[in-house]
Structures are given as structure tokens and as C-alpha cells.
Design a protein around this ligand. Structure first.
Ligand SMILES: [Zn+2]
Length: 239
């Protein structure tokens, strides 16, 4: 089922890993799989310079990484957009958030941050993140973000206003890994997404590492956004 076309909204998956960090597949394999599953936009977002992993994407491989994504985009040939991003660990013990290489990051199409403001994962507070990314000129957002847990005592409108101010988007993470008590994390956080209406941009990401059939796994996320009238706020929705 091609829910995006049916709904006239972009079918995006803006969170995928490759052999440039801890994924099992090449950029070309992910891009081909995205094309075959009818996506309109796919982003490669490997883990960047974090001690969380033995071999993240390193600065010295950045040019090769970007070339590889751009040439995969040039050769895909069906109008699908292939976007370049990275995922940054917001834990300052594992990632040098105080010396982010903006000359590199600003050549990307988007930047994901994981664990922002998340005490369980040592992520920097929202306000601090905001000052750390002042020089970032490309869209950035927060992936697999457990808002329901992190902001349990906050009003959804408070968070929506804060994010609108910072200019961050929020992902809808569709991987089975991001679930609790039989429900997806984004379902637990529905009250927050609802408050994003007219304020905060959203994306869909599968956080694909090990299974190519996950590249196209976005329909449930798209339906969730449609039900919350957020499809107009999808990132890269060019209409
Ligand atoms: Zn990821």
C-alpha cells in the first residue's frame, strides 16, 4: 500500500545506518531498498564520533561518506531524494559536543540528535543543546525521543513552544525497538505530538541497522501523523 501517494504526502524515512557506522548494509543497498519500497525521501544518518560505538563515522571519513551518499542520490534515477545526515549522541561524556565541526555538519541535509535531555542516557539539557547548535544551519531534530518519560511532569504545550523556539523537529520512530508495554514510544507521547500542531516539524525514521525490509517501514508512522493532522509539518514536504 502506498499510503504517501494515497495521502499526497511525502513518504520519508530520515534515519538509516550503514557500514559507515554500525549498520550492516552499504549506502547503495539502503538507497535501492528505499526506492523499491516507494519512498520519496531517504536519509543516511550514521553515528558520528561517539564513544558509544567502537567504530562510528569519523571526521576523517566524512568526505568519503558524503560523496558516497551524493553519488547514490545521483544514480538512483526515479526522483527519490537521497539525503545526507548524521546522528549525534547528546551525551557529552561520549561525544565532544563542545567542538562540533560545523564546517562538516553544515554540508549535510539534516542532523539527528539522540538522548537530548534524557537523564537515563546522560543527554545534555535542552537549553544547553540549543546554545551548542547555534552555528548549525541545516535542519536538526531529535530521534527516538521518549518524551512521555522525559517530560512526564511537563505540559505538552511547554515542550512544543520550547522546540518551536529552538527550531528542532521531532522524529516518529517506527522501529519495534522503541516500544514499551506493547505500545510504540510515539503512541505513549501522542499528547506531545498533538501539541506540535502548527509549531514543530516532524519526521519519520526507522533507525534501520540490520534489516533492509525495515527501510520502507513507515506507514504506521505516517498514519499516526495523519490522525494527528501533522502531515503538513513533515520535513521536506515541499508542497
Ligand atoms: Zn540511529
Amino acid at each position: 500500500m502506498d499510503l504517501g501517494k494515497q495521502m499526497r504526502f511525502p513518504r520519508i524515512n530520515l534515519h538509516n545506518h550503514t557500514i559507515f557506522s554500525d549498520g550492516d548494509f552499504t549506502v547503495e543497498e539502503v538507497v535501492r531498498s528505499a526506492r523499491d519500497s516507494g519512498l520519496t525521501h531517504v536519509a543516511i544518518t550514521d553515528h558520528f564520533e561517539t564513544e558509544k560505538l567502537p567504530s562510528p563515522l569519523r571526521k576523517e571519513n566524512f568526505d568519503r561518506y558524503l560523496d558516497c551518499i551524493r553519488s547514490a542520490g545521483d544514480s538512483v534515477g526515479n526522483g527519490m531524494k537521497v539525503l545526507a545526515g548524521v546522528e549525534i549522541d547528546a551525551n557529552p561524556e561520549r561525544c565532544d559536543l563542545y567542538e562540533l565541526p560545523f564546517d562538516m555538519l553544515n554540508r549535510l541535509d539534516l542532523v539527528l540528535f539522540e538522548f537530548v535531555d534524557d537523564p537515563l542516557n546522560g543527554g545534555v539539557p535542552l537549553n544547553e543543546l540549543r546554545s551548542l547548535v547555534k552555528e548549525l544551519r541545516v535542519p536538526f531534530g531529535f530521534c527516538h525521543w521518549d518524551m512521555d518519560r522525559i517530560y512526564r511532569d511537563r505540559e505538552p504545550e511547554w515542550l512544543a513552544d520550547k522546540l518551536a523556539e529552538i527550531g528542532a523537529f521531532v522524529e516518529v520512530p517506527t522501529s519495534q525497538h522503541y516500544a514499551r508495554q506493547g505500545r510504540f514510544l510515539y503512541e505513549h507521547s501522542e499528547r506531545f505530538y498533538r501539541a506540535f500542531d502548527g509549531k514543530v516539524k516532524v519526521s519519520i525514521g526507522t533507525d534501520m541497522h540490520h534489516s533492509l525490509d525495515q527501510v520502507g517501514n513507515i506507514d504506521r508512522g505516517l498514519r499516526f501523523l495523519r490522525d494527528n493532522r501533522l502531515c503538513d509539518q513533515l520535513l521536506f514536504n515541499e508542497k
